[in-house]
Design a protein around this ligand. Structure first.
Ligand code: FEO
Ligand code: CA
Ligand code: CA
Ligand code: CA
Length: 592
């Protein structure tokens, strides 16, 4: 459409153009600083990072590898102090350790890798001079790793599906791994999704029980996927010895950052999939007011979008009660339809949420899927969704409700298998064959109900290509965007999108997109991340933007003797994943 005037508030910055710099490139008039990087001290007594002398003990007290989600939670009674909560998704041992032999980690390397996973809670303070944030290495901080005890809640807890020789009760799980994206709850906790946990288990091929092998296959477990090889040193990661350990990962986890002694939770009422976050909407009006809705995606080609609707209402100021909200309610999966022919130009339609599982206040649960028990639906959720008639999507990554409009935005990152080799072809909400660039789905959801309408806000790619769409905005005026992954909102209500895997010959980046008015669909790149990195975890505040730079220098040919990036330390240093703060020189609001 014809747009008048200039960009909306929040988007008044100079576009950062596509590039391949080994740097975080930001608009003119902005400044940046690393907040914390892999290996920096988190817990008191942690040594300084020393690439050449890594130990599991040191890593368990230092910032982990491959930061993905970031959230900032104000610390009560201390203005300018925050808990920075970050998840540390995965490790690439070949880049972490000099001379690493593929699939043959030493025990110290394997245990260092375990300690580099999980979640970090870090106190940070604001500068009164600029937008930088400074870590406080103190008693508020916490490293949750692949070994930290979690309590399993919901219909899977205590069932035979999750019992192991180390946990005969099926209630206590050691560690969280493969945590991707996340969300903050209104009651002050952090949610994070366990995603590619199939990459941590050996000997899937040795599981001979037909049903168990089928479940493993549906979740992508196979011998080749296990590049970490932790099973060489911890038998629980060897499926031949502990087949149920696989069923203990794949949940939405919840952490209370204010209590470093608290036991974090894994919520099986939200199902087991390759969760990419969970994010919360609270119903504001009507008889359902106070109902909590958690949205979550399953990031793999041809997987589904889910939501959980609580039966308990939020209780203002009662964190203990609210941390039980995700244990009582109904899990749904989405199907999408449309009256229009498949199109990339203003695609839209309606949809239905299909009931999978209801968990009751007394802990009992009801399966809505014929032939599956409630525990089976909680643990083999993908199989339940297959039976429910859900719509196969182009890799549902981060999904998040808009804090003001309540519309739900989901990044469908790409799916180059759509329509090839007998795979399902284009559908209304996934309109492109061999989709290399992804799309942004916008849903107007009856949050506590079972129906919604939807449209595609963006069909990403080179704006010059006919099969791209930018909310109807003039495509000659937008930044190219490819492979959307995380979504967030700025204080003006604009959508911000970070990307992973840019297929357009540029580094990945962070983009702002106008949602309302005659500039709807305008897309501007705010920053790019260094070579071979992915942009994650964006937080868009009034006066600060925070991004997680994940896996700088992650190139198959790179080794510590031949790094593909020297960010952030420069010179001939090794690349380190890190969190970066960006602000306007001299202060002032972002993009205003
Ligand atoms: Fe870890 Fe789906 O990105
Ligand atoms: Ca992601
Ligand atoms: Ca998000
Ligand atoms: Ca991704």
């Amino acid at each position: 459409g014809a747009a008048s005037g200039g960009p909306v508030d929040g988007m008044k910055f100079d576009i950062v153009k596509p590039n391949t710099e080994d740097a975080v490139v930001i608009p003119d008039g902005y400044e940046q600083k690393v907040v914390i990087a892999w290996g920096d001290p988190v817990l008191p007594g942690a040594p300084e990072f020393d690439f050449e002398n890594q130990t599991a003990d040191a890593q368990s007290k230092q910032f982990g590898f491959n930061n993905d989600f970031a959230g900032l939670i104000p610390i009560d009674g201390q203005p300018g102090h925050y808990y920075l909560v970050v998840n540390q998704e995965y490790t690439t041992e070949a880049h972490m350790f000099r001379g690493f032999v593929e699939k043959k980690p030493t025990e110290e390397q394997a245990r260092t890798s375990m300690a580099a996973h999980g979640i970090t809670v870090l106190e940070v303070t604001e500068s009164d001079k600029d937008g930088s944030l400074t870590p406080v290495v103190g008693s508020r901080n916490r490293r949750i790793t692949a070994s930290t005890p979690f309590r399993l809640t919901g219909p899977a807890a205590g069932t035979d599906l999750v019992k192991t020789s180390a946990d005969r009760s099926g209630n206590t799980i050691a560690g969280t791994i493969a945590n991707c994206s996340g969300g903050l709850t209104p009651w002050g906790t952090m949610l994070s999704g366990e995603e590619n946990y199939n990459n941590y288990f050996s000997n899937a091929s040795k599981v001979t029980d037909k049903a168990a092998a089928g479940h493993l296959e549906r979740y992508g477990f196979d011998d080749d996927a296990d590049y970490h090889q932790w099973g060489q040193y911890e038998t629980r990661f060897d499926l031949a010895q502990e087949p149920n350990e696989a069923n203990r990962f794949g949940y939405v986890v919840e952490v209370d950052p204010t209590d470093p002694q608290s036991t974090p939770l894994k919520h099986s009422a939200l199902g087991r999939l390759k969760h990419e976050s969970a994010t919360i909407h609270v119903v504001k009006e009507g008889p359902q007011a106070g109902t909590v809705v958690a949205y979550t995606g399953d990031d793999e080609k041809f997987e589904y979008i889910y939501k959980f609707v609580s039966s308990r209402k939020i209780k203002e100021g009662d964190k203990r009660a609210n941390m039980g909200i995700l244990t009582e309610g109904t899990l749904y999966v989405a199907s999408f339809s449309s009256d229009k022919p498949v199109t990339t130009d203003d695609a839209a339609g309606s949809g239905t949420w299909h009931k999978l599982l209801t968990t009751n206040a007394d802990g009992s649960a009801v399966s809505h899927i014929k032939g599956m028990t409630a525990a089976e639906v909680a643990v083999f959720t993908r199989e339940a969704a297959d039976k429910a008639g859900a719509t196969k999507m182009d890799r549902p990554e981060d999904i998040e409700p808009h804090p003001v409009t309540g519309k739900v935005y989901c990044a469908l990152t790409n799916n180059d298998d759509r329509g090839v080799d007998g795979e399902e072809g284009p559908t209304a909400a996934n309109p492109r064959k061999e989709n290399k660039n992804g799309q942004i789905l916008e849903m107007t959801d009856d949050h506590a109900g079972e129906s919604f309408t939807w449209d595609l806000l963006l069909v990403c790619g080179d704006p010059k290509a006919a099969d791209t769409y930018f909310g109807g905005f003039d495509k000659s005026q937008v930044s190219p965007i490819s492979c959307p992954d995380n979504v967030a909102f700025d204080p003006h209500g604009n959508l911000w999108i970070s990307t992973d895997g840019n297929a357009l010959e540029s580094n990945d980046g962070l983009f702002a997109v106008a949602l309302e008015g005659d500039r709807r669909g305008e897309t501007k790149q705010f920053l790019t991340v260094p070579a071979k990195a992915e942009t994650c975890g964006p937080i868009i505040q009034d006066k600060r933007v925070i991004v997680c730079v994940q896996h700088p220098g992650e190139d198959d040919d790179a080794t510590p003797d031949k790094p593909a990036s020297h960010w952030p330390d420069g010179g001939d240093s090794q690349p380190r994943p890190a969190v970066v703060a960006v602000w306007r020189s001299g202060g002032g609001q972002i993009g205003v």
